[in-house]
Design a binder for this molecule. Structure first.
Ligand code: ZN
Length: 119
């Protein structure tokens, strides 16, 4: 949705939506990776049909391109907060996140609480 990044969600429900398609759910336990993400300065994307970023956009209001070559500063991450229920957090470098806990669960016991909406 926001390009070729590493996606995090504020709710396990959001992450579960990406496990498999709604029409072809696979039974059994799933694995979920809880990770810490270093979002830094985030670009808040409210677009329901966002650009497919290859890296965070530049911070120059007249540019905002992910392929900027004008030496503008860049955001460190993208936060997607569109018309859907839960926000998504996207980083584009592997050193901005690290796994914390690998959890096994079934759909009925997804119990990781949502994070408060503060940035
Ligand atoms: Zn730029």
């Amino acid at each position: 949705m926001f390009g070729m990044g590493i996606y995090g969600a504020e709710s396990s429900t959001k992450a579960d939506q990406y496990v498999d398609s709604k029409t072809d759910r696979t039974p059994g336990k799933k694995r979920m990776l809880l990770m810490r993400m270093l979002n830094g300065k985030s670009y808040l994307c409210l677009d329901s049909n966002p650009k497919k970023y290859r890296r965070p956009p530049c911070t120059s209001s007249g540019c905002m391109r992910d392929n900027c070559v004008d030496m503008h500063d860049r955001f460190d991450s993208v936060v997607g907060d569109g018309p859907w229920l839960f926000r998504e957090f996207v980083v584009y470098a592997v050193d901005q996140c690290y796994p914390s806990i690998l959890s096994r669960m079934s759909e009925c016991n997804l119990c990781v609480p949502s994070l408060p909406k503060t940035l």
